[in-house]
Design a protein around this ligand. Sequence first.
Ligand code: SAH
Length: 213
Amino acid sequence: MKDTAKHQGLRNQLVSVLHQKGITDKNVLEAIKIIPRHLFLNSSFADYAYQDKAFPIAAGQTISQPYTVAFQSQLLEIKKGHKVLEIGTGSGYQTAVLCLMGAQVFSVERQKELFKQTSALLPKLGIRPKHLSFGDGYKGLPGYAPFDSIIVTAGAPIIPQPLMAQLKIGGRLVIPLGEDVQIMTLLIRINETQFEKHEFGEFRFVPLLEDKN
Ligand code: SAH
């Protein structure tokens, strides 16, 4: 597993691209500048790792496009020490961005293969989420709730009610909503019962699948 000056150069270029596309959160850009995205991809795609594109990973899933990762991370308004729940660990790249931003990250993945692979990869890169969990993210992680923010990295047909319940008052839930195309949606919890909703245009994700048993 190598990270070279060439990779660093490509990362600097990617950071400029993201900045031009409207990402201004310095902590997000700094994390993307540091994290070796090529090590989160199958080696056949490693040469393209710093293009602003999504790529296939194991179990028919995808590593999100850097712009999408940056956009969602920016919407979370992370402060150091925040407890953040991620649904859809996948390759662990988004997890790594949140960790480098200083969040305590709890992440859930429903594909066993990805859960195992990513649980092994992150410590090798010196990245230490608080907790990686294998299971159905529709349920959240009630044992660790409440969270300062929650990020869903798969396209959700509905907002899972448990996720709303596990958000602190004032907390932010970022979730791509829709079936074929998703609208990036931010919910801010105003009080026990009310949420403020903001929408941010179209994105495309693999589906958030529910485990019925
Ligand atoms: N953040 C990841 C995104 C991976 S794609 C990355 O950048 O690599 C979305 C992930 O959500 C997939 O790994 C998929 O298996 C997972 N997923 C889908 N439905 C889920 C559910 N109900 N609970 C947990 N993870 C789920």
